[in-house]
Each structure stands twice: as structure tokens, then as C-alpha cells.
Design a protein around this ligand. Structure first.
Ligand code: SF4
Ligand code: SF4
Length: 423
């Protein structure tokens, strides 16, 4: 943990969510959140726990503690997994407080965001430019060249957009069931587009009408994680894109994006995780029980703690046709935390090491780790490439396991994948 290092002294004014003291005073100090907090479990440091952070923020906001570099450091150490919200009997809105605090620390210069991440956030907020910038990355993934440990294998379309693909399939198949609009996301569309295509195929195969508004934008999750400005504008943009559509729900195939979009739209149209939505539909059942594959299902924090969804429905997992089970510690954080694995890579790897150890002895041929958030998929993928897990395993989105075009457990592209950067 980096908490043992002294942060650089800072002289900026106090920046805590003092406008929301009621939120800060809602903690009753019971400590029930400690045992679910990954940073507390790693460090054993009370200040690196939800209760400790809340106390630091409150003392600063009340003027009992001078603005302290350690407070900013402990704030940066938080993964933002929101497990503490689920554990909290007093319903402390920790995520809301964290979002405000991060923003205030950045605005006051107490936390500095790297230029690389600022550029990435600015690009993500401009989907067309981002899609163009990431075209080489899509091509590399198609060719099986994976230049970073976070890049898992897949074959994204490099030219056709998900909006165009959905329109084409809708015209071909003319489903008559419920109507949904799909958030395609920035990184999902720009780099991992094959998951969006699989989502469209699965929905339409199951008689769901899919609309993909081409004027949609970034959900703002990256700005939230980084404490940057511009979230309100992004939310306004998506309100305009989605709110007047004649649909039963807006569905998301990435739980972090779904959580962020829900903050913009929840009063206007239901925002649903696509797997949770499919759990209420009669599903086409795949039959893949003949092979030896074993699927270990992990539950993203922003699905179960952020969106408060109970889990990935059993009916959906059964419909994949695979032998599946929940991964050990499936409800614990994997350390991805949006961009946490870029900002605090050592912590993120330590958190992942505990959770991924079971894969070294997991049964199955192949072993498949399935989840429903692309940043969790990236984090899991890094477990093999950084040596935490010696045994090869595949990383898949659960929607891909339902996909009629998933021909076999082991794709040829996976066998041929070339790593040009092992760290
Ligand atoms: S969000 Fe996660 S890492 Fe942060 S305090 Fe809560 S449990 Fe700990
Ligand atoms: S569980 Fe809730 S009330 Fe209890 S210490 Fe944690 S944040 Fe405070």
C-alpha cells in the first residue's frame, strides 16, 4: 500500500463536502463496513476504511482538522467499490460523498490527475473522435495483437457502429417484444465493440426490440472517478438522447456505465443492467454441456453495490448452457474501480491477487472467468499477464456466453493472440 509513503506537503485550502454536512454526520461509527472494505483489509489502517475516511472528511469540514495531505491520500486510496454502502445499516451515501470529495480535492489542487488520464477523459467525452482514435486498437485486437495486459482478446468490428448493426438486425428479424434503448458506452464502443454486437444479437434473438440512439454520449463515469468537471453536461446530453424514446428501459452492458447513466436518467426512464433485464424474459437456451468448459462468474461491485442488483440472474446463467458457478469471493472487489487500476496499480494488483488465486487450481477446459463490466474484464485479464495466475483462462462478458454467434469455447483468435507487452 502506498499509505506508508508520505504524500507531498500541500498548502491548499480545505476542500471537503462541507455543503453536505448532513451526509457526513449520517455515519454512526458502528464499523460494520470495515470488514468489507478492500483497502482496510489490505492495510489494517482505520484511516483507510470507510469510517476512517468519513471521519477525516467530517473533521476537515468542521474545521477540527487542518487540510491535510494524508486526507487527500486516503481519499485517493479508496477504490470506490461501494461495498461499504451495502454493509452500512445507517444508509450512509458513501458514493455520493466520495464523488463530491474527489471533485473538491481536484478543484482545490489537493489531488492531481495525470495528463494522460485527463486526455483519455476528454476523448471519452467525444465519442466520434474517441472511436476514430481507437481504430488502430480495434484493428490490433482483430489481428490478435494485444499490446497491453488489460486488453483481452476479441474481434471487434472496426468500421460498422453498433447503432448501424442494431438497425440492420432489427430490419432482418423484426422482433415484437419489449423495446429497449442500448447505451453503447465510450470504451465499449471504441475498443470492445464485439460485446455491444453480442448484446444486440442476444436481445434480438430473444425478441427484444433494440434501439441505439446515435446521438448518445459518454455516461460520465470516468469524470466521476477522476473528480473532473463536465459531468453535468454529459448527463444533460444523455437526458436529451434517451428520455423521449418510446422504450420500456435503457439497458447497459457495463455496470459502471449503468450506474453513472442511472444518475442522469433514473427519474425519467428505467436504466437496467442488460442481464438483469434479460432475467425477466423467456430466453433461448443454449446447449453447451457437452464440453469441459467451466465458467466462474464474478459480480461487479457497481452492479451489486452501485445499482443494488442482487446479482446476475440464475436463469440467464443457466441459459448459457455452460457449467457455471459463482467465483469464490464473487461479491468482493477485484480492484478495477473504474480507473483505480491505472491510478493505484499496486493496490489494484494486491486486491486482485487475493481474489484471483483460485484460478491457479480451477477446474475446466477451458477455464472461463465471466463478468459484466468491461473494466472488471480488463482487470481480470491482467491477472494472467502480470503473473498472478499461471494457468491460462479466458475472460468473457456473460452476454457473450449467450451469444448465438459464440461458436465454441476456445476461439481461434484466442489461440493466436500475440502479446507484445507483458506488463
Ligand atoms: S468504496 Fe470500497 S474501498 Fe472505498 S471505503 Fe467503501 S468499501 Fe472501502
Ligand atoms: S457501516 Fe455505515 S454507519 Fe457504520 S461505520 Fe461504516 S459508514 Fe459509518
Amino acid at each position: 500500500m502506498t499509505s506508508s509513503e508520505t504524500p507531498a506537503a500541500q498548502s491548499h485550502a480545505c476542500a471537503t463536502p462541507s455543503g453536505d454536512r448532513d451526509l457526513l454526520t449520517s455515519c454512526v461509527h458502528c464499523g460494520l463496513c470495515l470488514e468489507v472494505c478492500p483497502t482496510y483489509l489490505l492495510s489494517g489502517d482505520e484511516n483507510n476504511s470507510p469510517r476512517g475516511r468519513l471521519r477525516l472528511w467530517r473533521e476537515e469540514s468542521e474545521g477540527r482538522l487542518a487540510p491535510d495531505p494524508w486526507t487527500a491520500e486516503y481519499t485517493r486510496e479508496c477504490v470506490g467499490c461501494l461495498a461499504c454502502e451495502t454493509a452500512c445499516p445507517a444508509n450512509v451515501p458513501y458514493g455520493e460523498i466520495l464523488e463530491q470529495t474527489r471533485h473538491m480535492h481536484v478543484a482545490a489542487g489537493r489531488t492531481h490527475t495525470s495528463l494522460k488520464l485527463r486526455i483519455a477523459a476528454a476523448l471519452a467525452a467525444r465519442p466520434r473522435l474517441f472511436n476514430l482514435t481507437m481504430l488502430p486498437m480495434r484493428l490490433l485486437r482483430r489481428w490478435g495483437v494485444l499490446p497491453h495486459r488489460f486488453l483481452f482478446s476479441g474481434r471487434p468490428a472496426f468500421a460498422q457502429s453498433t447503432a448501424s448493426y442494431a438497425k440492420q438486425l432489427m430490419e432482418q428479424h423484426r422482433p415484437t417484444g419489449p423495446r429497449v434503448a442500448l447505451l453503447t458506452g465510450c470504451l465499449m464502443e471504441a475498443v470492445f465493440r464485439e460485446i455491444n454486437f453480442a448484446t444486440v444479437r442476444v436481445l434480438i434473438e430473444n425478441n427484444v426490440q433494440v434501439f441505439v440512439p446515435s446521438n448518445q454520449g459518454c455516461c460520465g463515469a470516468m469524470q466521476e472517478h477522476l473528480g473532473l468537471d463536465g459531468i453535468d453536461q454529459l448527463r444533460d446530453h444523455n437526458r436529451r438522447a434517451f428520455r423521449s424514446l418510446p422504450v420500456d428501459a435503457v439497458v447497459c452492458n457495463s455496470s459502471g456505465c449503468g450506474l453513472a447513466l442511472g444518475k442522469a436518467l433514473s427519474d425519467e426512464v428505467p436504466v437496467r443492467d442488460v442481464l438483469d433485464f434479460l432475467g425477466e424474459q423467456p430466453l433461448v437456451q443454449r446447449n453447451r454441456a457437452i464440453n469441459g468448459a467451466r465458467v466462474y462468474v464474478d459480480l461487479p461491485c457497481h452492479l451489486i453495490h452501485g445499482q443494488k442488483v442482487a446479482g446476475i440472474p440464475k436463469s440467464v446463467l443457466d441459459a448459457t448452457g455452460f457449467r457455471w458457478e459463482l467465483a469464490p469471493q464473487a461479491r468482493d472487489c477485484c480492484g478495477s474501480g473504474g480507473v483505480y487500476n491505472l491510478q493505484q496499480p499496486d493496490n489494484a494488483q494486491e486486491i486482485l491477487a487475493r481474489k484471483s488465486a483460485f484460478l491457479n487450481a480451477a477446474a475446466g477446459d477451458p477455464v472461463i472467468l465471466a463478468t459484466s463490466n468491461h473494466v472488471c474484464m480488463m482487470q481480470w485479464n491482467s491477472a494472467h499477464k502480470s503473473g498472478l495466475v499461471k494457468q491460462p483462462f479466458q475472460v468473457r462478458h456473460v452476454i457473450q456466453l449467450l451469444d448465438p454467434q459464440q461458436p465454441a469455447c476456445v476461439e481461434e483468435s484466442e489461440k493466436a493472440a500475440i502479446w507484445v507487452h507483458q506488463k
